[in-house]
Design a protein around this ligand. Structure first.
Ligand SMILES: Nc1ncnc2c1ncn2[C@@H]1O[C@H](COP(=O)(O)OP(=O)(O)OP(=O)(O)O)[C@@H](O)[C@H]1O
Length: 283
């Protein structure tokens, strides 16, 4: 799968406050889209995968304007994983995963042996092979999210658009999903709320606030005390860790909290591997 370049220029969409967005993503780059609730991440991604027509501006994938390209042709290049996979589908997991081939097939196309192998392989990579014959209605949120990922892989996309792909996943599956995405070598745009995971998984982070890009750069450049204060309104410290990982320590100002026996409480560290540690006692 050859990755594509994505070029967003002058993009505006008033309902989400998106205004004059410019973002150029080279082939193979993994971009994490961050920002508070309602900052416009999903709306921007919807403009990219041709689900939302912007008021102004363009989105070009390998030079082709997505709104001048037939939907089916876009679907052959772009796979999308949205926040909440539909839960009310009666189809089996295998049938849903096989839907990833639809953009590549004719009107009555049956799966070729190679495509059936692709479906089996994707289910194996996403750890859902044992669920192949289960109905989607019987799955947990995390299992449904992994089914969506398998369907996206089967699509053999050149661009992956993931909107909060990890919100139902436990820590191991979060890490597995992001590792898998990195291993694909495709271009990816991923909206994430977990800043530490985003910093660990993405080549580049872009932060939206009130519909505008307020930061764009490497994880270490973007995830700063100032960003957490000015954009997230959180009092925190950020420390570099081994292998380029970041550790974010958030200070909780809770006037109603019970007095703590340990004077270090109130400062809580959450590391990328999910272990929470007591405060370090720093002011
Ligand atoms: N179809 C719509 N009509 C009107 N307003 C909309 C529409 N879609 C989104 N919005 C508004 O645009 C703003 C941005 O929404 P969006 O879903 O893009 O934010 P987000 O950054 O993805 O948020 P979250 O982190 O909560 O998922 C929100 O205030 C939302 O209510």
């Amino acid at each position: 799968m050859t990755p594509v370049a994505v070029e967003i220029d002058g993009l505006s969409w008033a309902p989400a406050g998106l205004a004059d967005i410019a973002l150029h993503v080279p082939p193979g780059q993994i971009v994490g889209l961050l920002g508070p609730n309602g900052s416009g991440k999903s709306s921007l991604l919807r403009c990219v995968y041709r689900s939302l027509r912007p008021d102004a501006g363009t989105v070009r994938i390998d030079g082709a304007d997505v709104w001048r390209t037939p939907a089916r042709a876009v679907a052959r290049q772009v796979a999308v994983l949205t926040q909440d996979a539909p839960a009310d589908l009666e189809n089996t997991v295998e049938q849903i995963v096989a839907l990833g081939r639809v953009p590549h097939q004719g009107p009555f196309g049956a799966l070729s042996p190679a495509e059936r192998r692709l479906v089996a392989d994707a289910m194996g990579r996403c750890g859902i092979a044992h669920l192949a014959h289960r109905s989607m209605t019987t799955l947990s949120g995390g299992e449904r999210q992994r089914v969506q990922l398998a369907r996206a892989l089967v699509q053999e996309p050149r661009l992956l658009v993931l909107d909060e792909p990890t919100n139902h996943l436990d820590l191991r599956h979060r890490v597995d999903l992001l590792r898998l995405v990195r291993g694909l070598g495709v271009t990816a745009l991923i909206a994430l709320h977990d800043l530490q995971l985003a910093a660990a998984a993405c080549h580049r982070l872009v932060v939206l606030d009130h519909g505008r890009i307020v930061a764009d750069g490497t994880p270490a450049d973007v995830v700063t005390v100032e960003l957490l204060r000015d954009v997230y309104h959180v009092d925190a410290s950020v420390a570099p860790g081994p292998g380029g990982l970041l550790t974010i320590a958030v200070r909780l100002h809770d006037r109603h909290a019970a007095p703590a026996a340990d004077s270090g409480r109130g400062h809580e560290h959450a590391s990328v591997d999910g272990r929470r540690q007591a405060g370090d006692g720093r002011p």
